[in-house]
Design a protein around this ligand. Structure first.
Ligand code: ADP
Length: 411
């Protein structure tokens, strides 16, 4: 008995197979570059590592291939498709409709379709994945785990923009936040690492990957987060600007004659680490080049750390104190130099970094604070798929108990 986790994007399908408890990964793979040149499937299990390069025209073909790979007698982990007892789907936008993960029904699909305008690229791809997976696994529960749900606990004062109120009422314009599944996972893991009840902890989560989210989590509930309505506010990211003055949009449009599409492209794809450094969106390259004396890379690094630091201060104030600072995702887990730059000068908040421990903490759970530090500073590798698998197991179990078995129905 196993659980399948699907993360379906517009040109990739990532997948993992877990054991029935949702705890152990048995296989993980990706079908990438769908409908593009150079498409491939790659899959790893404990006993195999396969990569097949072949034309893959559509998501439907991609799903067929991943099923074949999972069933492969030599390289797969399934003897039969019936071994999959539930399927979990990473789903980007749940609007203010989905406050937690949900068993997928026709009604859920209809609501997800209504939310497409809020995530025009991601939600259609997620829905495509749900439809394909439901075709292949028609008789098992499918569960949607939304990236926005965790942040639905934000109070109105935090999630509303100070626009006329009807823009919220009519157009649902508000802060939604993203990376919620990651924030939920690492906040739970952080409490577990510290052996403290999550209800008693005030945390700031720094999810620093290609996308960046800083979240304020009080007793396990998100009370504020840096990404808002779209996906580029908050801290500068790989190619996204982060917070900017909205007045810039009008200026660029009127004074420079840039179209809205060009400005959108500027904010999303040409800014952030890439835009400032002029070199790369990858923090590894920025760190290396800064060390080698590249001034613009040094500047990008300083700007990034400064912005994260400012959010930590803001959220410590919003929380009314701070017990735990968590670093996660690609940069947060792997870049001691960035963590050090962020924590520098935060002694007044009770944050004290142990430099040696910080240097050693590379993609492993670790407490990198000084023994006397009032705030525990933790590195917690994120694992969104695990969170999805655990939600899927939990909800599938609930659904099983809620639906009478055929023999019970006959009684
Ligand atoms: P995504 O948001 O795409 O899931 P990840 O969490 O995988 O992103 O983070 C990817 C980013 O992590 C890379 O762009 C890179 O900048 C950064 N990264 C990964 N390893 C390191 C490292 N050793 N040092 C600095 N940055 C790193």
């Amino acid at each position: 008995m196993k659980v399948l986790v699907i993360n379906c994007g517009s040109s990739t399908i990532k997948y993992q197979v877990y054991d029935a408890q949702g705890k152990v990964v048995l296989a993980k793979g990706i079908v990438a570059r769908l409908g593009e040149k150079g498409s491939y499937l790659s899959q790893q299990t404990a006993h195999s590592d396969v990569r097949r390069e072949l034309p893959i025209a559509s998501h439907a073909e991609g799903f067929q291939l991943l099923v074949q790979a999972l069933l492969d007698p030599q390289d797969g982990v399934l003897g039969d498709l019936s071994e999959i007892i539930a399927v979990g789907h990473r789903t980007v936008h749940g609007g203010d409709v989905f406050v937690e993960s949900s068993i997928i029904t026709d009604e859920v699909i209809r609501k997800m379709e209504e939310l497409i305008p809020l995530a025009p690229i991601h939600n259609p791809a997620n829905l495509l994945g749900i439809h394909e997976a439901m075709r292949i696994f028609p008789n098992v529960p499918h569960v949607a785990v939304f990236d926005t749900s965790f942040h639905q606990t934000m109070p109105r004062k935090a999630f509303l923009y100070a626009l006329p109120y009807e823009y919220y009422e009519k157009h649902k314009i508000r802060k939604y936040g993203f990376h919620g599944t990651s924030c939920r996972y690492v906040s739970q893991e952080a409490a577990r690492m510290l052996n403290r009840p999550i209800e008693a902890l005030k945390m700031v989560i720094c999810h620093l990957g290609n996308g960046v989210t800083i979240a304020a989590v009080d007793g396990g509930r998100s009370i504020d987060t840096s990404i808002g309505f779209a996906t580029f506010s908050g801290v500068m990211m790989g190619t996204r600007s982060g917070d900017i003055d909205p007045g810039l949009t009008f200026f660029l449009n009127r004074q420079s004659g840039m179209s809205l599409e060009q400005i959108e492209n500027l904010y999303y794809h040409e800014s952030g680490l890439l835009g400032v450094s002029g070199v790369s969106n990858d923090m590894r390259v920025i760190v290396d080049q800064a060390r080698a004396g590249n001034d613009r890379c040094q500047l990008a690094l300083e700007m990034f750390a400064y912005r994260v630091k400012a959010y930590i201060g803001a959220y410590a104030a919003a929380l009314g104190g701070l017990d735990v600072l968590v670093f996660t995702a690609g940069i947060g887990e792997n870049a001691p130099v960035v963590r050090e730059a962020i924590c520098e000068g935060l002694g007044f908040l009770g944050i004290g970094l142990d430099r040696a421990k910080n240097e050693q903490a590379l993609a492993i759970q670790s407490d990198i604070s000084l023994a006397q530090s009032r705030v525990r500073v933790l590195v917690v590798p994120t694992n969104e798929e695990q969170m999805i698998a655990l939600d899927t197991v939990r909800l599938a179990e609930l659904a099983r108990h809620a639906t009478p078995s055929p023999s019970e129905r006959d009684r």
